[in-house]
Design a protein around this ligand. Structure first.
Ligand code: 4AD
Ligand code: MG
Length: 445
């Protein structure tokens, strides 16, 4: 019995006889030589079947292998600088081949398919190299998120998904029937995190989040994963310090551990290497000035229209894109107008029309990846805001209660996993960063 190895560890087995288990990705027929590209979930390797070195049955089986056929292969590991694969530079000289199933008519060919076709076949498309690489980066992003938070005193507290009230605005709520009463799928775990900090100091929740986003954009899913850290005795400056360390850790971990996947995705990692603290910070007012300047200078009429904005408006995707072009690193924009943001944000001292909010915008046009703020800690102000935002007091009694018993300044933010993975991978659309995306027009498969 030879040792069964994972392709990612192949370098440690040079010169050894090993067994791998996986699926045929591609095959090149050179007569007496069959080049089998095999993947096992951890990498890709070329397996060479030479007619003279195997039994007639094995050679016959190799020549009839089709894409996605499942196989167990035994052979010796050779170093060969030219060998394609991941990690590249190794190949297997095959001695034994066992076919579990010959796949018939696999619908996804190594050629261009339309996006809708690929999305209908998402259950198969995730096997493709690019998709595999993106989802490996995702898994590492998630690991790095937990690693940093767990290592920096944040306790993981899971928050409910079935909730009685809105957190991020009533227009994107998914309503469900909760035994005859309406309940909503969580848009955020933040409000519950705010209760948890009074028990644990620093907490985070991490889970799926739901928003009935009616717009079809490349940056919005209706179900996405968000990690939300929240900290007691933390103001807006403290929050930005946490965020820049946290995001830098995520990016640097991916650069270190997923270099091969990023290379496969042809990601230019130059920008990512610069992602280290501190990040530049600009106020909303300064950002608005910059945008007005950019708008005045441009000859691009379309851009002029897109960039039209007045004080008080939230930034849209074109604004974020132009702004981030001005910086080498992700940039914090803080102090957004109160009316552009959520009800729970602490006002700027002496400027109630401004909130102590902050978004982190990623460079290269990727835009907002985190949104956060300092929270209102005064019960009377909170009551006033709930009324102004037309939110039902009954649903928020417990949340108001938190301001009665040892209320403290506190802050938190949410980081969208899919936005972050899209940016790190340098791809165009969020739909490729989650195994089974949910969007306005898609709940299948
Ligand atoms: O800015 P948002 O809406 O902030 C909140 O939900 C706060 N309650 C977070 C907090 O302070 N605890 O969302 C936070 C992040 C965004 O920056 C973005 O990365 C992501 O969540 N996000 C989405 N990602 C994919 N699809 C959508 N529809 C998203 N909406 C927000
Ligand atoms: Mg936001």
């Amino acid at each position: 019995m030879t040792k069964t190895i994972r392709i990612q560890d192949i370098a440690q087995h040079t010169g050894e006889e090993v067994t791998i288990q996986g699926w045929l990705y591609n095959r090149t027929d050179k007569g007496k030589l069959q080049f089998l590209q095999v993947r096992d979930g951890t990498g890709f390797v070329q397996c060479v079947v030479f007619k003279k070195e195997v039994s007639p049955e094995v050679f016959e089986a190799a020549t009839s292998l089709t894409q996605e056929s499942s196989v167990t292969i035994t052979g010796s590991v050779r170093e060969d600088a030219r060998a394609p694969g991941l990690p590249g530079g190794y190949e297997i000289g095959v001695s034994e081949l066992h076919v579990h199933q010959v796949a018939r008519d696999y619908p996804i060919q190594p050629k261009e398919h339309g996006v809708e076709f690929l999305m209908d076949n998402r259950h198969l498309w995730i096997r493709s190299q690019q998709q595999w690489a993106v989802l490996r980066v995702r898994a590492t992003v998630i690991r790095a998120i937990r690693e940093w938070l767990d290592g920096n005193g944040f306790a993981n507290m899971d928050t409910p998904i079935l909730t009685p009230a809105a957190c991020e605005g009533t227009t994107t709520l998914f309503e469900t029937d909760y035994f005859g009463e309406p309940a909503f799928l969580a848009q955020s775990g933040q409000l519950y995190n705010e209760a948890d900090i009074y028990s644990f100091g620093r907490v985070y929740c991490f889970g799926p989040t739901f928003r009935a986003e009616k717009s079809k954009t490349r940056r919005h899913l209706t179900e996405f994963w968000m990690v939300e850290p929240e900290a007691a005795f933390c103001d807006l400056d403290g929050l930005m310090e946490i965020e820049e360390q946290f995001v830098s850790h995520i990016v640097q971990t991916c650069l270190r551990e997923r270099a091969q996947e990023l290379a496969l995705l042809e990601r230019d990692t130059g920008h990512l290497e610069k992602v280290t603290p501190p990040f530049p910070r600009v106020s909303y007012d300064e950002a608005l000035e910059m945008l007005i300047g950019i708008r005045e200078k441009t000859d691009d009429e379309e851009l002029k229209v897109q960039l039209a904005i007045e004080w008080g408006d939230d930034f849209g995707s074109p604004h974020e894109t132009e702004l981030t072009k001005q910086f080498e690193k992700p940039v914090f924009v803080y102090g957004y107008p109160t009316r552009a943001k959520a009800f729970y944000m602490e006002p700027w001292p002496g400027r109630p029309e401004v909130s102590k909010s902050v978004d982190l915008l990623a460079a290269e046009g990727y835009g907002e990846i985190t949104g956060g703020s300092e929270r209102i800690s005064d019960p009377d102000l909170l009551l006033q805001r709930l009324a102004e935002w037309n939110l039902p007091r009954e649903a928020f009694e417990w949340y108001i209660d938190l301001r009665q018993y040892g209320s403290v300044p506190h802050s938190g933010f949410g980081l969208g996993v899919e936005r972050t993975v899209t940016w790190i991978c340098g791809i165009d659309h969020l739909r490729e960063t989650i195994p089974f995306p949910r969007m306005l027009k898609r709940v299948y498969p």
